[in-house]
Write a protein of this length. Structure first.
Length: 306
């Protein structure tokens, strides 16, 4: 059935970064509140009704609900069972965390306990994006992180819902689940890791620029400038040639090394100066660790009810 029959406007764009696609969609929207749903994810039936109720409070500018992974090969019968189970569980475990002037700890809640990831779990008032669309257009993947920090520097309430209202599809091309690519081998893992680190580096630079230029200073902000050098060092640990713009300076390394706690962590940092065979050895250990973690996630997803 054509999308238009469901009052859906289909927009085709050649914009490459995900952020640019988001901006295009927001510009075409007519409502005051926008909710994001990526084409491979699903909302539970009551998701939009809950969003509508939450945003009746005019002070609310940002909303995020919990999500759960599901396998793309899951048949419709098992998927419906999963949705029914989640709906029943949502009724039993319903609570909202309301944060104003976001700080590291408010009402025993910190940014670490509030899951801020997954675009398909985010809704916000369009006013949050005003004056920042040019930066968002440049964000390639970390859109949800950009929107989260944008909401922090905007006056208003942020709501975190512990109910699972979004299903995040797990499949081979899902950028959130790149560990599935690990099974294709070590070389493929390296290429995927390099691509992801470089993408993160570019996106984080944009987000930090927005944060640093904001009038509101974030208390307890965990996206420190150190995250840039951290990503650069991750890249330099891999047995690959690093382009100049992604290389760290000795001053950056020394400052980061001094801040790093624990002998083991300091020794890990020194790997960036090791010869290629040593980097290959430790990269393979990293690879097998990711492989094991991916297998554990997949095995858990084979069970319909978590």
């Amino acid at each position: 059935m054509p999308l238009e029959e469901h009052n859906v406007k289909n927009i085709v764009t050649k914009e490459e970064p995900l952020g640019a696609k988001i901006v295009k969609g927001v510009e075409e929207s007519r409502g005051e509140v926008v909710s994001f749903l990526e084409d491979d994810d699903l909302w539970l039936p009551q998701k939009l009704e809950i969003v509508k109720q939450v945003f009746k409070d005019k002070d609310v500018i940002y909303y995020h609900n919990k999500y759960r992974l599901f396998i793309s090969t899951q048949n419709s019968y098992n998927l419906q069972d999963l949705i029914t189970y989640l709906q029943e569980n949502n009724v039993k475990n319903s609570s909202l965390t309301l944060l104003k002037n976001f700080k590291c700890k408010v009402a025993n809640t910190s940014v670490y306990s509030c899951n801020i990831y997954n675009n398909s779990s985010v809704s916000l008032r369009k006013q949050v994006l005003y004056n920042h669309t040019n930066q968002l257009k440049k964000v390639k993947l970390s859109v949800e992180l950009f929107l989260f920090y944008l909401a922090i520097i905007t006056s208003g309430y942020m709501v975190f819902d512990n109910r699972v209202l979004t299903l995040l599809r797990l499949h081979n091309n899902n950028t959130y689940t790149s560990y599935l690519q690990i099974k294709k081998g070590f070389e493929n893992w390296i290429n995927d890791k390099v691509r992801k680190i470089i993408t993160d580096l570019n996106d984080y630079k944009i987000i930090l620029e927005v944060i640093n230029n904001a009038e509101v200073k974030i208390e307890g902000n965990h996206l420190k400038p150190d995250i840039i050098i951290d990503k650069k060092l991750q890249l330099s640990r891999l047995p690959v040639k690093v382009e100049r713009e992604y290389k760290f300076t000795m001053k950056e390394f020394i400052d980061y090394f001094i801040k790093t706690k624990g002998l083991r962590n300091k020794l890990n940092l020194l790997l960036v100066f090791s010869p290629k065979p040593v980097k290959v050895y430790f990269a393979k250990r990293w690879y097998y660790s990711d492989l094991k973690r991916g297998d554990e996630v997949l095995s858990q997803l084979l069970i319909n009810k978590a």
